[in-house]
Each structure stands twice: as structure tokens, then as C-alpha cells.
Design a protein around this ligand. Sequence first.
Ligand SMILES: Cc1cc2nc3c(=O)[nH]c(=O)nc-3n(C[C@H](O)[C@H](O)[C@H](O)COP(=O)(O)OP(=O)(O)OC[C@H]3O[C@@H](n4cnc5c(N)ncnc54)[C@H](O)[C@@H]3O)c2cc1C
Length: 688
Amino acid sequence: MRGLCSRRKSLIKTRIIIVGGGFGGVQCARILSRALPQTRAEILLFNSENHLVFSPLLAEVAGSSINPLDVVVPLRQLLPAVFCRTEEVENIDFERNQVTFEADDGETGKMDYSHLVLACGNITNLNVVPGMADHALPLKTVGDAAALRSHLMEQMERAEVCGDAERRKSYLTFIIVGGGFSGAEAAGEINDLVRSSARYFRNFRREDVNVILIHSRDQLLPEISANLREFARKEMEKAGVKIVLNARVSLATPEGVGLQSGQFIKGSTIVCTVGNSATSLVQHLAAPQEKGRLLTDPDMRVRGSPNVWAIGDCALIVNALDGQPSPTTGQFAERQGKQCAENILRVLESKPTKPFCFKQLGELCSIGGHSAVADLFGLHLSGFIAWFIWRGVYLFKLPTFSRQLQVGFDWAWLLLFPRDLAHLRTRTTDRVSHAHYQPGDFIINQGEPSTNFYVIEQGEVEMTRATGKDPHGEVMAILGPGSFFGERALLNNEPRVASVRARTAVEVLVLGKNVFTQISSALAPLRDALAQTLNRRAVDVWKDRPQAHELLEHTLIKELMEPVPKPVLKPEATLQEVAHAFVENGQEFFYVSGDGRTLEGVITIAHLIRGRSAGVNLSTPASEFMTRNPVALASDDSCAAAAATIREYRLKSLPIVESKETRKLVGCLRVRRLMGYVFKHIGKDSDK
Ligand SMILES: Cc1cc2nc3c(=O)[nH]c(=O)nc-3n(C[C@H](O)[C@H](O)[C@H](O)COP(=O)(O)OP(=O)(O)OC[C@H]3O[C@@H](n4cnc5c(N)ncnc54)[C@H](O)[C@@H]3O)c2cc1C
């Protein structure tokens, strides 16, 4: 612990540490700092940012209704008597009453507490749905809102210059996943922004805009009362938002989202507002939790820890009024902050604490288009009046008169004049990311400009090239895990010469142009691999043999395939047993399968030689030196696809499976059989 901290500790009796400067933490700090003189207690507030974010207004930032700075309030101006530290708390030792944080010099700082209040909210976890982290935009922080605003502008600009009606439709389709506060607010704002801006564009009209709100339950806004929910739904539908209820999203791709029912909703913008999970601090705490929320006693103390309190979204607090867990809303977080501070004051005065008990003052939710729904003191309000009250509440919460004036002026301006459509291209440095594609999705389209290089992590893709004869594209190669594509257009600085489409669900590693250029010029082995692949893929082997190509295109693999070579080895077979199988059976390769049917790997003599030199010993199982998940074709694929794949991987044979989904082994296709077939038939034809 630092010198300053220990000197202060000797002078001050009580230190109250609050972790999190959101609605709950700020309210708690405010009440405590007003009630306790600085000579009696030191109040510290740790927050990752130096400001409070008014999250209910984030959707309006995304919708360009207000400026990003209007939704944040600097904590030190809001809480002048509190020691605000812009630092992240990393760990808590309940035994020692100590928090650990990363100090300004990168070292670990430690600080003791008399009371600790956990008010660190929750985080968005996009990994709950496959593909969501790669293809959806979240809405949790000011940064997310600004990035979403920028994305919306980009989509409108793309739609304006796009000549293809189908693609334009996709640019103008906005899918919002989750019908809680943030989802409903985001859908309303996006709808309003894009429709009202259509008049400034020539290539689309407001009717061309599609905003789709997908919710897993039978009603939107579970946090508010039933009649207000219904009202919000009707208002939003009237404004043009399509609401899909009782639908659960099961995957996301660059083309849209798939639902559990099997339906696929197309659209190139996905905003995800579901998937809240505990912050990493809460996840690692040795305290009782349920669904990522800390379990508390009725007075908000973390169960089993008499001087640790939890409030807001990170806590599961039962409301004594109705015996129900409190909802995760700003209003509840704020009230819990107030009552928690009062309970800490009671403990300091050795008085009994009170359970958390709160009757909501009312409910407010903005739904876009300068409209909101409100249930205040039994009055049901909607539309502009409700929205005006909603804004008034926020203005009232701002810390100083000067800030209230500044924000009030900004809002009045935007009420009178249209939304700002300026699109600041906040281009970030290239990065390495991952992407998920569903079978049939195009990862690259022939003719489009080159931007990325891809490495396949899982699944298979097919590379096709459209020709005058075959506009759908002849299959040039089937690529599997470990293979890459997209190199040629980047290296030659030319448009894409082929399309690449997912054959199965595919996970790819995506390298931006600059990252690719830097790595490929610095790393000699990659440079060599790229040069070899480039040469191989550049040669059109069928150019002088069009008849052979046509023949193979019209011949299915099942017509030429041979039975699966026996025996099929188990993944646990040792190197010694594998070597024995080669000697006994005189085969050039064996397939590996745990259940004897599903293709898991392939072993050739080369594996044995490589394995021995790489230090693999005689008892090493096959699973450790085989080629895992080798590329395989289905028996009803064409022999032309097989020939291209054999060439791409320089193979002597290809495993053939029943289908790419099951990967059940049904045979193998050898190069010599393929060549024999071509010579026989082409020869026959030319004899005629
Ligand atoms: C887009 C959106 C719209 C919403 N609309 C509404 C609405 O209309 N009405 C409503 O009532 N509610 C709404 N909510 C919900 C409301 O914002 C939350 O319920 C409320 O913010 C919870 O307050 P909190 O204090 O628990 O946490 P938060 O406000 O999330 O604050 C937690 C703070 O803790 C910080 N933190 C986290 N971990 C650490 C750490 N280890 N060290 C230091 N600091 C840390 C975070 O950076 C954050 O600043 C909305 C939420 C969103 C995202």
C-alpha cells in the first residue's frame, strides 16, 4: 500500500470504498458524503471511466438525436466530497477487507476498507449466441453508441451508391435483438433516424427501410407494466418497426440472423442488446451468486460478509414490498444506492438496518421519434409529452446549472433542426478478428475490392469462379481447416478473382490488409507458402483440356469412388500399431475414426516419418500425429471439385463422406482412378 494511503488511514477511522460509478454507486456515494464529515470517514469511488453514463439516453446518441457528451456526467464534478479514482478494481479479499487494483504505474495497489459497496453493474456478453460477437454491435457504453451511429451513417451512404436492389435492401435492414429497454429504445431511434433521413438520399425512400425488433418472449419491455408494454408495441409498429415476438436468435452471420425455428432474417446490421453477464470482478468473487448476480440479505449485505454490500445490476436483491427480485433498472439501482447508504450510516451508529423496500415512482421508456411511454403516479402518458418529461428528468439530474443550460440548449437545437448526418470516418487501425459463416454464405464475392485475408479455423469453404459459360461458377477448390484464401487480390492489388462460399458452418480468422501485408513481408515461411499457393491457383489447368473438365463436371464422385481402405484405425492406436498396419496391409494411407464411421483423421507414411523425427515415440496415439479433420468431399459432389481439391492439397487420394454434415466415411477417390477415367473417355470420344 502506498505511503499516502497509510498516513491517511491513521487519521481516518472509517473508509468506505464504492466500486462502480453508475446509478447505484453514485447515489450511494452522494448520500454518504453528505452525511459523513471528511474528518469522520473517507469515501472513495472506483470507476473504470471518469464519468457516470446515463445509459437510457445511449440509443439517442446512436440515433444522432443528441451528442455523446450530453449523456455523461464527470464524477468529480458530481461528487466533490468523494475521492474519485478512475481505476479498475481487480480483486477483493473479504478476509483481509482489502481491494486490489492496477495503480497508475502498472503495479498492484491495495487498499483496506471498513465497508465495501459493490455497484459494478454488468457487461454485455455477445458470446451467448454463435457469430454474435463477430457480426453484431452492442449498446452498453458511450463508445458502443458512437460506433453504432457511425455504422448507421455508413449503411445509408452505401445504400445511396449501391446499384444492386438486393444488396441495397440488406444495407437498409436493421435487426435489433432483444426487446428490453435498450432494444426497444435502439429500434425506435434507428427507425426514426433512417426513415427521417431518407429525404436527403436519392437512391432509397423511407418505405425501403426495414427495422426488425426480435424478442424471445410474448411481450416487449418485461420491466414495465402490461398495458404500457402493449401501448409501446402498437406505437412502434405504427412508426414502421416490425416486431417479431416469441423468437429466439440462434446464430448471427454477416447476412443476418437465424432463429431457433429455422427461419433466417436477412439484414446487414445486427444490434445485440441481450446477453448480460457478470463483470469479471464479480465472476471471480468468492461470494454466493445466482445467474451472475450477487445474492444479498434483505438489507443488501452480500450473504456471509457483514461489511460488504451489493447494489444495482450486479446484485440480486429481493424487494420487501412484493418479495420479488428487483429488476435491473436505473431507477432500482439508484434507490438501492440511497437505501444502502442509509443502512451503512445505521451500522456506523450501531442501529439496526432496514430491508430494501421500494415502490416504483413510475416507469418511462423512450421509443424513438420524440416519443416515449410513461406510467407516472397512476397516469398513463405517451408520445411527445411522455418523452418531454423523460428528458426533463435527465436534465434535472445534471450536476451544475451551466451543464443543464448547455445540454438543454443542445436538445432545443435538435428539436428544431434535422438530425446531423455527418459521418466522421473513425477508421481504426487494422486488426485481427474472427468471423462465423453459415453454409451457403458468401465470404468473398468475385469482382469486389480486396480488404481481408482469411485463414480457416473450422469447417469447409468452396472457391468458385464465374465464367461466361457458367455464371454460377465452377468449383476451383474445396478448402478446410488450416487453409487460407484471399491472398491473390491483396498481393496483386486487384479485385477478387473468385468467390468463396461456406460449405459447412465456418469459423475464420480475418486479417486486415495492413496486418496481412506486414506479416507476409516479414515472415519468410508465410511468404513462401503464399507464393506457392499463388502459382498453383493462378494456373488454369483445364485451359487446354476443356473436354476433360466437362467430363469431370458431369461425373459424380460416387461413380468412381473405391471402398474405404481397411482397417479404419482408432485415434488411440499407437505409432507402433499404425506402423504395423502399414506393413501388414500394404496401404498408402489409413483413415482414423473413433466410432469406425465418422471421419476424424488421416494417416499416411509421411506422418510416420515426420512423427519419428519430431520425437513422437512408439506409444504416442494416432490422434497426436494424424491430420485432423482432413478435407473430404461428399459422394454426390462432382469429380471436377474433387480434382481441384486434390490439386490444391497435392493429394494422392481424397476421403469421401456421405455428406459434409455427417462426415460418415463411404469411400475414397484415388488420383490414378480419376486420371484413368479421363484418359479412357477422352480417348474414346476422340476415336469416334
Ligand atoms: C442502452 C440501455 C438503455 C437503458 N434504458 C433504461 C431505461 O430506460 N430505464 C431504466 O430504468 N434502465 C435502463 N437501462 C438499465 C440501467 O442503465 C441499468 O439498470 C443501470 O445503469 C444499473 O446501474 P448500476 O449502478 O448497477 O450499474 P452501471 O450503471 O452499469 O454502472 C456500473 C459502473 O461500474 C463500473 N465498473 C464495473 N466493474 C468495475 C471495476 N472492476 N472497477 C471499477 N469500476 C467498475 C462500470 O464501468 C460502470 O461505470 C438501460 C441500459 C442500457 C444499456
